[in-house]
Design a binder for this molecule. Structure first.
Ligand code: ADE
Ligand code: ZN
Ligand code: ZN
Length: 243
């Protein structure tokens, strides 16, 4: 996602944080909220430091070929979003790790859970997650990946807080319980299944495509937020009280 998508996932998650996760997050991030932290790894992508320029890049997505599940995939040696998530989970809850490292870890976690819910961040291995699918969106040159990261969300002309209010209002207790059960591999498999349905049969996208995809966008942002909350709640429960 772009800025708005990541902030919405973060702000939806904030709504469902347990007391201990809320405290745990504040202890690590300080006054910076989850929504603010959410898009930080993307800002850093233009940082000339090699860590940001190349090393961290593969941690924003996973590749699952059509017809496969994440369980069948051998992650690349440089890692992917799911291996990075597990690595940063361990650092974020390690009370002996330096605060700066735990901050970086938590910001990545918040960001990666969001990205795993962007269907094209689970690429099929043929077109860099839709980056190579050239198209126009309301006559503007773009590509399918960018359409999903930003343009479909911006098209709604809602602020991230408006999005969040709108989505949270519609999330039922049943959905909350169901969605929270899934594992990161399940999130990726779901995204891959959605991904296979969203390739348009034209390169000229406008109203029709925005309308057809509206419910998927809403659902993925809602699920991302609920699952980020569940992930953080579980993480901070695991920590010993005196840690
Ligand atoms: N590069 C290669 N695959 C990608 C994906 N799914 N998302 C973003 N960047 C990528
Ligand atoms: Zn993206
Ligand atoms: Zn990202």
């Amino acid at each position: 996602w772009g800025k708005t998508g990541h902030r919405v996932v973060g702000a939806v998650a904030q709504t469902y944080l347990s007391q201990s996760a809320d405290t745990g997050v504040k202890d690590i991030l300080g006054p910076e909220g989850i929504a603010e932290a959410a898009d930080w790894p993307d800002h850093m992508r233009s940082n000339p430091d090699p860590f940001w320029r190349s090393e961290a890049n593969p941690w924003h997505y996973v590749t699952i070929p059509v017809g496969q599940t994440y369980a069948q995939v051998i992650p690349p040696p440089e890692g992917d979003a799911i291996t990075a998530l597990a690595k940063y989970r361990a650092i974020a809850i390690d009370p002996t790790a330096p605060l700066e490292q735990r901050q970086l870890a938590l910001r990545f976690i918040i960001h990666i859970v969001g990205d795993l819910h962007q269907p094209l961040h689970v690429g099929n291995g043929t077109d860099r997650g839709g980056n190579q699918f050239v198209c126009t969106f309301f006559d503007e040159m773009s590509n399918l990946h960018e359409v999903w990261d930003e343009l479909l969300i911006n098209y709604q002309e809602l602020s991230y807080t408006e999005w969040t209010e709108w989505l949270v209002q519609k999330i039922t207790p049943n959905q909350l319980a169901e969605w929270a059960k899934a594992s990161p591999a399940d999130w990726a498999d779901e995204s891959a299944a959605i991904r296979d349905t969203i390739y348009p049969d034209t390169q000229i996208l406008s109203y029709d495509y925005a309308y057809q995809t509206r419910d998927i966008i809403r659902q993925q942002l809602s699920k991302g937020g609920v699952r980020l909350a569940a992930y953080l709640n579980e993480m901070f429960e695991t920590m010993t009280p005196d840690a």
